[in-house]
Structure formats: C-alpha cells, structure tokens
Design a protein around this ligand. Sequence first.
Ligand code: FA5
Length: 346
Amino acid sequence: MLKQLGELASKALDELNKVSGLKEIRTWQTRYLGKKSSLTQILRSLATLPAEERREIGARANEIKATFEIELARKKKTLEKAKIATLVKQEALDITLPGYSISPGRLHPTTQTVREICSVFGNMGFQVVEGPDVEWDYYNFEALNIPKSHPARDMFATLWVDFETENGDKPMLLRTHTSPAQIRVMERTPPPIRAVIPGRVYRYEATDATHEWMLYQIEGLAVDKHITMADLKGTLFEFTRRLFGDKRKVRFRCDYFPFVEPGVELAIDCTACDGAGCRLCGNTGWLEILGAGMVHPGVLRRVNIDPKTYTGFAFGMGVERISMLRYGIDDIRLFYSNDLRFLKQF
Ligand code: FA5
C-alpha cells in the first residue's frame, strides 16, 4: 500500500502542476481530496489494518494529504493572481477604485448589559457561573420549595419539554428562571459562596411591550456564616448605585417567592420621570427591577447545608428590563426582532 500511496502522490502532484484554470482545480480537488478519492478511502480503511501497518500507512497517508492541501492552496493563489493580472490588462478591473469598507460588528445590547452587571458583581467578589437552559423539574421547582400541585407553580408559565411517564422518565422543561442554578451551585460548592449566574429563561407568555417569552436573567447567590438581610440590602443598594448612578432612589418592599424567607422586591425611582409618575412607571414613580430574599432554610437543608450554621441571600433580575431603563427603550420586543436599525444604536 505504501508503493500505491507513493504513485498516487506523484501522479496527483504532476497533474496539479499542469492545471491552468480555477475550474480545473476544483475537479482536481474532488478527484484527489474528495470523499470518494483513493486517499480518503485509504484513510477510512486504516482501522481494518494490523496495528504495525496502520501506524506506517496512516502516517504516510496523512503526510500526503497535508502536502496536497498545501500545494492546492499555493496553486489556487497563483491562479487567482494570474486571473486578476489578466483582468487588469484587459481593463475589466479598475484597481484604483476604493474598496468596500467593512463595518465592524458590535455586541448585542443584552450582552453588553449582562457583561456590565457581571462586572459590577465581579468587583464585589462574586464569581460568574452558568447553568443549563433545559432543566429538570426538580431543579426548577421541587428543590426551590415548589412541589407538584403547589399553587406557586401558577406563577410560572412553563414550556415543558418532557413529562413524567410510567417508565420513570422525569419531567423536563425550559427553565422559567435562573434560580435552579442556585441549587446546582450549592450542590457542588461548600460555603462560602458568592456567585452570579447569567442566562436565558423561557416562559409561555403572551408578549407585549414589557414581556418577552425568552429573556435573560441574572441570578445572585451568597451563602456564608452570619449573612443577614443587611448584607442583601447593602449589596443590592451598591449594585444599583454602580449601575444607575448616585441619583436613583431605591425601595425595598415585601414580596413572595417560595424559595426565600423573607422575600423582597427592589424598585428604583423611575428613570424617565424621576419619580413624578409617567407612562413608563404606570404613574407610580417606581420601577421594579428584581426579586430577592434570604435563602429559605428548607432549600439549604435540601443541598446539605446546615441552616443553623449558614445563611444566605439570593436575587434574580431581568436583563432586558434593566437595559430598557438604562437606554430608554420602550418596547422589549425590539431586542430580538433582529432589526439592524435598532441594534446599530448600541
Ligand atoms: C423570578 O424569576 C425569581 N426567580 C427571582 C428571584 C431570585 C427571587 C432569587 C428571589 C430570589 P420574577 O418572575 O419576578 O422572579 O422575575 C425576575 C425578573 O425577571 C423580573 O423582575 C423582571 O425584571 C424579569 N421578567 C420576568 N418575566 C419577564 C418577562 N416575561 N419579560 C421580561 N422580563 C421579565
């Protein structure tokens, strides 16, 4: 087979030398490097050869393949240069015309906001972690104190991927929030924990100016000895200051989430009307930006963290809503409608 390879190489390179057009070169490529070429067949059949032969023939065949590829690229370049020279000679190509400028790409506004938020928390000592978009019911609900048939499930409009079956299949869904990643982090990391988890979440939602069916959230989690509500308030207060500036007022109010106790919502005074009341804030003067609370002892126990020794806080915010406030965007549907006129503004 070595002899056959040697003959193949010299025949192919000889033919390549004689190729004089770009069309011919494609034929050569198919003949000597294509799926049905002798070289590909030899490479495919290596597995069937005895070990000793496989090593020697494999090495030689790969060497020939690399040579073919190098020589092919070289020939293509030469032919392209020759073609351009001919066109210039015939004045069919005016090389004095200015070229097309390629406008540089940019990051999507959501990516920019995600990175900015993660960097604010990064500077406060939080690590960035990710979790899966497709989640088990256990992580999205059960481990977060939302058992089957619990009315709290109604708070989440869910897109199911798989249901529980008699064969033992477990229910699976597109995660409705980033909170399941809290559980995954706590399962594999002993305290102290400081983590932020950005990612997409999905809800079976009728979309409107402030609701999308697919959105980004950033979850935050801190678990340690002696963590109190004061730490939660201090951290989130500092976060809003760094992201929205000193001028904004911050309001904490009680809220309910089954996996925290007590639970709160954080709102800032409206960025559009400075709290006077307008359409954006529904005339309340306040805009809710996130949900938060002290991690429920039942949640800690489920991941084998003793709630008598450790406490923690968690929070979850919607990234697009934050971008809307920062950039004055009045419709969330603009983010993912792929309209370049919108995207080019960021
Ligand atoms: C939650 O998803 C909780 N997991 C947050 C949490 C985490 C609470 C940790 C306590 C501890 P909620 O459903 O309110 O909560 O969503 C959080 C944020 O996501 C909201 O404040 C909002 O900014 C954003 N959000 C929720 N639904 C949508 C939607 N359909 N479109 C756009 N943004 C949304």
